[in-house]
Design a protein around this ligand. Sequence first.
Ligand code: HEC
Ligand code: HEC
Ligand code: HEC
Ligand code: HEC
Ligand code: HEC
Ligand code: HEC
Ligand code: HEC
Length: 352
Amino acid sequence: MANVVRDPKVHPDAIIPDLNTPDPAVTFTRNDIAFVYGSKWKQRYFTKVGDDYFPLPAQWDVTHKRWSRYFVANNTDWWVSRYPADNAQRPTGPLCDGCHSVDYNVQTKQVAEWNVGCEKCHGPGRDHAAAPARTNIFNPARVDPVHANDTCIQCHSQGQPRTNPIAGRYYDWPVGFRVGLNLSDFWSLEEHEPGKTTFTHFADGSAHKNRMQGNDFVQSLMYTRGVTCASCHDVHGTEHNADLRRPVGTVCLQCHGTGSPNGPHTRTIEQHTHHQAGSPGGECVACHMPKIAQEIGDVMVRSHTFKFIPPSTTETLKVPNACTACHAGKSNAWAAEALKSWPEFSPWRVGQ
Ligand code: HEC
Ligand code: HEC
Ligand code: HEC
Ligand code: HEC
Ligand code: HEC
Ligand code: HEC
Ligand code: HEC
């Protein structure tokens, strides 16, 4: 995973936008920036006051190359009501740094290392470095799937610590958790209110915002069958987008195929997808991982429940479905009719 947090004095090229071009949202200068945060979807800027960092009031949308205001508004994140409505009084220690560093110490406010370092996923490495052995390092590949997935869910989820506040401060990350422990002893995943669209969830429980791959994935059949995040991703880096182990078009076929007990249960793949091989509508992710979770503005990331959201659910619960998101201009009724004519699928489940 890339270096999200960077000091612009050490890495002057870390700042993506040109700060010399005036913009009404930008009320700060390069000298105010102690840390630059992010590079793939969005970039935020922190200033240092005493031994705390605070977010500056503008963020850069990497996709559209534009500024927008950065201020977490009322009725969004759960912690907003616990902090004054002022970025300068919302330190990043309790609200961000636990997920963007290794071993953030809540007493000293020091970190062992910024960014997603090895020890965040492999535990303390000193003994292992001195005398490498399988027994003195945490390897997510050699533990049960729940603990393997917790390695990722500690950061890739929306939730709240079980004990909060801690020494008077409200934290937004699982304080005290280390790989190998039970994440659920430290962290509760954000609840969704069935039937309601909230800041975090769609009415069917699918993630509505970013950083919720964990909230999504634990709902899936694949999670219960022992598939892990690392089944599809290699976080040490690959040549594919999102560090996928294989290209997006074939990553599912490691375990799926017409001959596989895991399905799809049709004679050919095209019979399952009803789109030509090579068509954007024929990729597994097109229907099973629609881009519906908001990263910034209209930039969306993929759902990780892997379920197919039927067009009828768009009608009743306002959850976007893959068919009409891609077939812009077609109605939900059109998509439902098409699905009803595809005999492999139950009309009770997808065509109502
Ligand atoms: C974001 C979490 C994460 C980070 C950070 C991370 N790893 Fe890993 N590492 C994993 C996972 C998950 C596996 C198991 C992969 C699998 O299931 O095949 C793994 C496996 C490994 C293995 C292979 C062990 C074996 O059985 O062959 C080595 C070696 C390793 N990591 C070294 C490192 C080093 C060195 C760093 C830092 C530069 C690092 N890792 C950072 C998650 C991480
Ligand atoms: C310490 C917190 C932390 C942990 C633990 C962690 N991640 Fe991440 N992950 C991040 C951050 C922060 C980013 C954003 C990186 C960036 O901006 O380039 C990220 C990005 C990613 C991406 C997107 C990369 C891209 O280039 O699009 C994937 C995929 C991912 N993580 C998977 C995993 C998996 C799988 C695990 C567990 C093995 C894991 N992460 C564990 C914090 C974490
Ligand atoms: C519970 C863990 C967690 C907390 C708390 C957290 N983040 Fe993140 N952050 C992540 C993960 C995981 C990602 C990558 C996945 C994503 O963006 O959905 C990420 C991504 C980002 C990115 C985008 C990176 C890119 O390259 O586009 C920025 C910027 C960011 N975080 C800033 C913050 C700020 C500022 C705070 C505090 C207000 C914060 N984060 C709190 C885990 C966390
Ligand atoms: C069955 C395969 C699979 C599993 C399991 C899986 N992912 Fe993904 N993930 C993908 C695919 C496919 C993409 C989309 C890549 C693309 O669009 O190029 C993706 C994208 C992402 C991204 C980048 C954001 C986006 O949507 O482009 C992050 C972050 C991520 N996954 C994290 C995780 C985490 C954390 C877990 C476990 C909680 C996980 N994934 C489990 C297949 C998987
Ligand atoms: C590591 C193996 C593995 C990979 C990779 C994998 N799957 Fe699966 N998948 C499974 C298993 C195992 C099941 C459960 C099969 C069963 O028990 O019937 C499953 C089931 C499913 C189901 C049925 C879920 C349900 O609720 O009925 C869907 C849909 C699915 N996978 C989609 C995908 C997609 C999309 C990808 C690629 C992004 C993918 N899978 C990648 C192993 C995998
Ligand atoms: C990511 C984009 C994408 C998604 C998602 C998608 N399609 Fe398609 N669809 C296409 C493209 C491109 C074509 C034309 C080429 C082909 O047949 O593959 C097409 C063709 C079709 C056709 C035949 C031509 C027409 O317009 O009458 C039907 C019917 C159809 N899709 C229905 C659906 C339904 C129903 C869903 C949801 C289950 C769906 N599609 C999901 C991209 C998509
Ligand atoms: C055009 C949309 C579409 C595409 C593309 C698509 N699926 Fe599906 N898939 C569905 C629908 C619809 C269902 C039925 C959902 C339900 O019953 O809730 C389904 C169900 C499944 C199931 C469970 C039923 C079974 O037959 O085992 C699996 C597994 C699955 N898909 C895997 C895949 C894989 C793997 C790919 C890529 C090769 C893929 N799907 C591509 C629409 C699609």
